[in-house]
Design a binder for this molecule. Structure first.
Ligand code: C2O
Ligand code: CU
Ligand code: CU
Length: 497
C-alpha cells in the first residue's frame, strides 16, 4: 500500500487558500500561537493558551418509544478548540452528538459520507450483532454515499458509557485525529440521581491552516500524538460545579494513541464503571488510567470552592530498540479546570449504582495464544501494512486481511486467551462485541473480576483474558487501539458461530 495523499479538507480550494492566506497575514503581523477565536487559525508556533471557555456538551440525541433514528454526516468543517472550518465532525460538530439509547431499543443511523475517503461507523463496546447492517466493521461507505445502520440493542444490554467512531481500515487514525468521534450512552432507569452527568470525551489533534495535520512515517510507527489535547473538542475548558455536588463524569479516551493517567487536584476520583460496565464496588483513587478506547465513569464531589486542574499524563511510548529516537509521551498537560463555588460542605455519602453483568466463572472450554508482531519489511507474510516503508504490523506474523478468518470460535465457548507482546511498545488490545475479564498479566495483577473491552498489553509482557462468547454469533475483529497500528495491519478477524 502506498502512502496516502494528505486528507485535505473539502472546503473549496478558494476557501482553503483564503484560510492559508489569512493565517500567513496573522503570522507576519507578529501573532504567535493561535489566532484569536473567530478568525482563521495560524499554525501554533508557541505555547497555546487555554481558552477559558466553559465546557460545552455535545448535543444529546435521545431515543423515544424504543427507537433512535438519526442522520449523521461525516464531513470537514467542524470547529475544534474554538477555531472554525478546520476539523472533521459529525453534523458539523466534534465530538459528534451524544447518542442516548436504552436496552431493547433500535438504533437507526443513516450515515452520510461527506469525506473524500471511505468511512463507516463502529459502536465501540456495544454488545450487539456485528452482522449485516449492524455493527459491521467490514462495511466501507464510499465518498458521497449513504448507509443505513440498524443496530438492535439487546434488552439485557448493560447501561453505561460507550462511543462511536469510524472503522474503515487504513483511515481510522486520520479520521479520529481529524475529529470524528462521539459518545454513545446506554441509559438505565434505576440509577441514583446526580447533580451533573457529563460526557468528557478526550481527543488529541494537530491543526494546520489547511485542516487536520497528517502524520509522517515515524509517528505512524509509534502512534501519532497531537499537539492539542482536547476535552469535548475544547482546549482546557472550565467545568463548573457547586460545593456539595455529586457529578458523574463519563471519561472517554478517544485519542488515537495516548494512554492517559488523569488526576484532579485535591479531589480523589471514585470510579464506578469501566468500559461501560458498572463495577460491583466503587474504587476511590488519586488517578484513573485509560488506554486508547477505554472509558471510566467517575464521581467527583467538590467540598470547597476553588479552581482545580484536571491533568493528563501520557505514558511514554517507543523509547527502546528499533523505536530509538522516536520516543514520545511522558508529558503532563492540563486537560481542564474544575471551578467550584459555594460554602464549604461535607460531602454526602456515595450512592450505590446497580452493578453491571459479572464475568463468567468456572471452567473454560478452550485456550488460544496470540502474539503481537511488528517486523521489518519481508519478515511477515501477508505483505506490508501502510505503516511506512520497511515496517509491518500484525498478529501472529500476519497483517490484516479482511478476507481471511483468523479465529473461529463456537458460540457458547468461554475461552482463555494469552496475548504475548514481544515488541518494544505496549499495545492496547481491543475485541469487538465480546468483552473479557483480565485474569492475570506479566506484572502480577490479580483477576479484575469485571468485564472490559480494551486492555493494555505491556511491552515485553503478556496478559491472560477469559472471554465469554456466549451470545451474538457473527464475524468481527480484534486489534490494537493505537489506531495507526490498526491501520498498518495490527488487526485480525474472528468468526463466532
Ligand atoms: Cu474503538 Cu475496533 O474500535
Ligand atoms: Cu470497538
Ligand atoms: Cu499497537
Amino acid at each position: 500500500m502506498t502512502e496516502r495523499a494528505r486528507p485535505g479538507p473539502t472546503v473549496s480550494r478558494r476557501q482553503a487558500l483564503g484560510l492559508i492566506g489569512v493565517g500567513a497575514v496573522a503570522v507576519t503581523a507578529g501573532v504567535t500561537g493561535w489566532a484569536t477565536s473567530g478568525t482563521p487559525l495560524a499554525r501554533p508556533t508557541g505555547p497555546i493558551p487555554p481558552t477559558g471557555e466553559s465546557l460545552r456538551t455535545p448535543a444529546d440525541l435521545t431515543s423515544s418509544r424504543g427507537r433512535l433514528a438519526v442522520e449523521l454526516t461525516a464531513a470537514p468543517g467542524a470547529s475544534l478548540a474554538g477555531y472554525p472550518a478546520t476539523a472533521w465532525g459529525y453534523n458539523g460538530s466534534s465530538p459528534g452528538p451524544t447518542l442516548r439509547v436504552r436496552p431493547g431499543d433500535e438504533l437507526a443511523v443513516r450515515l452520510r459520507n461527506g469525506l473524500d475517503q471511505p468511512t463507516n461507523l463502529h459502536t465501540h463496546g456495544l454488545r450487539v450483532s456485528a452482522e449485516g447492517n449492524s455493527d459491521n466493521p467490514f462495511i466501507h461507505i464510499a465518498p458521497g454515499q449513504v448507509f443505513d445502520y440498524r443496530i438492535a440493542i439487546p434488552t439485557a444490554h448493560p447501561a453505561g458509557t460507550f462511543w462511536y467512531h469510524p472503522h474503515a481500515h487504513g483511515h481510522v487514525a486520520d479520521q479520529l485525529f481529524a475529529g470524528l468521534a462521539g459518545a454513545l450512552i446506554v441509559d438505565a432507569s434505576d440509577e441514583p440521581a446526580v447533580s451533573a452527568d457529563r460526557v468528557l470525551l478526550i481527543t488529541d489533534t494537530t491543526l494546520t491552516s489547511a485542516g487536520p495535520a497528517t502524520a509522517d512515517t515515524t509517528s505512524r510507527m509509534v502512534g501519532r500524538q497531537g499537539e492539542l489535547l482536547l476535552l469535548n473538542g475544547q482546549h482546557q475548558p472550565v467545568i463548573p460545579a457547586a460545593t456539595g455536588d455529586l457529578q458523574r463524569w463519563r471519561l472517554v479516551n478517544a485519542t488515537t494513541s495516548r494512554t492517559l493517567t488523569l488526576r484532579l487536584d485535591a479531589h480523589p476520583l471514585t470510579r464506578i464503571a469501566l468500559d461501560g460496565i458498572t463495577l460491583p464496588v466503587a474504587t476511590t483513587d488519586e488517578t484513573v488510567r485509560l488506554a486508547p478506547g477505554n472509558r471510566a465513569d467517575v464521581l467527583v464531589r467538590p467540598e470547597r470552592s476553588g479552581t482545580f486542574t484536571l491533568a493528563a499524563t501520557t505514558d511514554p511510548r517507543g523509547a527502546m530498540g528499533m523505536m530509538a529516537g522516536a520516543a514520545v509521551g511522558g508529558e503532563t498537560q492540563p486537560l481542564a479546570a474544575l471551578a467550584t463555588s459555594g460554602p464549604a460542605r461535607t460531602p454526602s455519602a456515595l450512592p450505590t449504582f446497580p452493578s453491571g453483568p459479572a464475568p463468567v466463572t468456572g471452567a473454560t472450554t478452550g485456550a488460544r495464544r496470540l502474539t503481537f508482531t511488528m517486523g521489518m519489511g519481508g519478515g511477515m507474510s501477508g505483505g506490508m501494512g501502510s505503516g511506512g516503508p520497511g515496517m509491518s504490523f500484525g498478529f501472529d506474523g500476519r497483517s490484516f486481511d479482511p478476507a481471511r478468518t483468523d479465529q473461529i470460535v463456537a458460540v457458547g465457548a468461554v475461552e482463555e486467551w494469552t496475548l504475548t507482546n514481544p515488541t518494544p511498545m505496549a499495545h492496547p488490545f481491543h475485541l469487538h462485541v465480546w468483552p473479557f475479564e483480565l485474569l492475570a498479566d506479566s506484572a502480577g495483577s490479580p483477576p479484575t473480576g469485571t468485564l472490559q473491552d480494551v486492555v493494555l498489553v505491556p511491552a515485553g509482557g503478556w496478559v491472560r483474558l477469559r472471554i465469554p462468547f456466549t451470545a451474538l454469533p457473527g464475524r468481527s475483529v480484534y486489534h490494537c487501539h493505537i489506531l495507526d497500528h490498526e491501520d498498518a495491519g495490527m488487526m485480525a478477524t474472528i468468526t463466532v458461530g
